[in-house]
Write a protein that binds this ligand. Structure first.
Ligand code: SF4
Ligand code: SF4
Ligand code: SF4
Length: 216
């Protein structure tokens, strides 16, 4: 089978800087960070909200649900965390430890929010006191369209959303991209022969997925 071809960004025309190996100049090097979003790092049930939100954003509620229950069968009430604690107390055992949280999460100042449009949050309706009868829930749920709209507010913290910014903006065509259909995890690669370490890709990445490291 032929190997997939990596393509260069917008500056890769003949006669441009791709003729020069600008990687020799580099003192800093961009790397793709594989760190977690805050929502993932702080979820007490060990869920990956970013993953199911991405499914909702793509209009796949069934897949979003399957991602949720694959970790916790009762996600709506953080069932596993509470149930395990109660079971431990009743059985006279030590309380179970919280699921491992990733140590590194992306901070807000690592995002480039200029690429996101501010969108108002959809709030759940609260049942008026006069209508709170019996065991009826006081908080109403969001409508499906509101759920999808909420998913669209996600900033994809720390996770590449394939916006092509790094690929198109790199002045040395040092970001390569796998063509559609040949992608496994991230579709992008740095070509360090040509990367001069300017940091533009990291600055323009909306999601904080690229970090600059020393490369002396
Ligand atoms: S913006 Fe999205 S990825 Fe970031 S913390 Fe919120 S839900 Fe998670
Ligand atoms: S924008 Fe291009 S040259 Fe600059 S650090 Fe990123 S990959 Fe390297
Ligand atoms: S700029 Fe960031 S989010 Fe956009 S394609 Fe590059 S790594 Fe992915």
């Amino acid at each position: 089978m032929n190997k997939p071809i990596l393509t260069r960004g917008g500056y890769a025309l003949p006669g441009t800087s791709s003729a020069f190996k600008t990687g020799d100049w580099r003192v800093r090097k961009p790397v793709y960070q594989h760190v977690h979003a805050p929502c993932h790092g702080t979820c007490p049930a060990g869920e990956d909200p970013q993953a199911y939100i991405a499914e909702l954003d793509a209009g796949r509620p069934q897949q979003a649900w399957e991602k949720l229950v694959s970790v916790n069968p009762l996600p709506a009430i953080t069932g596993r965390v509470a149930a395990e604690g109660i079971a431990a107390v009743l059985a006279g055992r030590e309380l179970p430890e919280k699921p491992d949280s990733p140590e590194i999460t992306v901070s807000f100042d690592q995002l480039n929010t200029n690429y996101f449009e501010p969108l108002a949050r959809h709030e759940q309706d609260i049942l008026p006191p006069a209508e709170r009868i019996g065991e009826i829930e006081t908080e109403r749920t969001l409508a499906p369209a509101q759920v999808t709209a909420e998913a669209r507010r996600c900033l994809s913290c720390g996770n590449c959303m394939s916006c092509d910014n790094c690929w198109t903006l790199c002045p040395d065509s040092a970001v390569l991209r796998l063509p559609e259909g040949a992608r496994e995890s991230s579709p992008y690669r740095f070509d360090y022969d040509y990367c001069k370490g300017c940091g533009l890709c990291a600055h323009e990445c909306p999601c904080g997925f690229i970090a600059m490291t020393e490369d002396l």
